[in-house]
Design a protein around this ligand. Structure first.
Ligand code: GDP
Length: 302
């Protein structure tokens, strides 16, 4: 299973309680829960969720609801799954009925925005959709070149800036117009990850949003925020800001094949109330997977 191959460390951390649970009796409760608390914190679940899970379990143990080590383990997994499912279960893309559907990909540079866009194009094209790419990161010259490589790799057409000074909103508007005229199903829009100031970046994203809405009512249908899984809990303030300004509809967590700690997936979903739609598990075209909460829980708990 490649999907969550990167979580072996998280799995190891969380498995420290397994032996304790094997020979569990009521008098071990504090010791088990202390160990669990530490393991959850080390795995980036964050203090809020960690306390919530540990206290839930304590209550159910002390009230006699959980009567064995294996029941405690199952309850632990169910707690994590519930946290994800309450807010993060709607993983399919909402593309509406108007053509073309527009998906904007946002996030800071280096997080895996362009790579994820390329992988998503590959995935959607394989599903039978006619895909157009839009190089909306006009701030960084190399970004368009990088997207052009993905266009070649996936066999998709691409719309790029005609001049060096072209505004991102103009490029995206042109792309969506072309998408409409030429019968494309989906336009995938890359955006900038850094301008002189955060304020300018957010202003630009807002004007991109408005520009595409002028061409197709209801667009953009999805605004997917790309977050680097290896940054762990540090991704939270950044995610909050993007969400407040542009209204994120889904998350793509990247680099989960690397040193990402599993708990950050749960913290970001709980904190933002936005579903994880895809996870990045490598650099190849096929390394973007729809997020499967149950598979994730089974991957971090043995
Ligand atoms: P952008 O600046 O946000 O557009 O980021 P890029 O798409 O250029 O990605 C930055 C680096 O992260 C590149 O070297 C990518 O190959 C790498 N990368 C992106 N996604 C993943 C992933 O899921 N797994 C791994 N291992 N590397 C990734």
């Amino acid at each position: 299973e490649k999907v969550f191959s990167g979580f072996s460390k998280t799995r190891n951390n969380l498995s420290v309680i397994d032996e304790l649970l094997l020979y569990w009796n009521l008098s071990d409760t504090d010791k088990v829960l202390d160990e669990l608390e530490e393991a959850l914190l080390v795995s980036d679940f964050g203090p809020k969720i960690t306390i919530k899970i540990v206290e839930n379990l304590r209550e159910d143990i002390l009230s006699g609801k959980l009567k064995s080590g294996s029941e405690i383990k199952e309850a632990l997994k169910r707690n994590v799954l519930d946290l994800l499912s309450n807010k993060g279960s709607k993983t399919e893309l909402k593309l509406g009925f108007r053509k073309p559907a527009v998906i904007m990909i946002v996030g800071v540079n280096g997080g895996g925005k362009t790579t994820s866009l390329g992988k998503l194009a590959y995935r959607l094209k394989n599903g039978g959709a006619k895909i157009l790419l839009a190089a909306g990161d006009t701030f960084r010259a190399a970004a368009s070149d990088q997207l052009e490589i993905w266009a070649e790799r996936t066999g998709c057409e691409i719309v790029m800036a005609e001049t060096e000074k072209a505004k991102a909103s103009v490029v995206l508007s042109q792309a969506v117009k072309r998408g409409k005229q030429e019968g494309y199903d989906i336009v995938l829009c890359d955006t900038s990850g850094r301008l002189h100031t955060n304020y300018r970046l957010m202003e630009e994203l807002i004007s991109c949003k408005k520009a595409v809405a002028k061409v197709v009512a209801g667009a953009p249908n999805e605004i997917l925020l790309v977050l680097d899984g290896t940054t762990g809990l540090n991704m939270l303030p950044q995610a909050r800001e993007f969400n407040e300004v542009v209204g994120v509809t889904g998350l793509i967590l990247t680099k989960l094949d690397g040193s990402a700690r599993g708990g950050c997936v749960v913290s970001v979903v709980d904190e933002l109330g936005i579903p994880v739609k895809f996870v990045g598990v490598g650099e190849g075209v096929e390394d973007l997977q729809p997020f499967d909460a149950e598979a994730f829980v089974n991957a971090i708990f043995t």
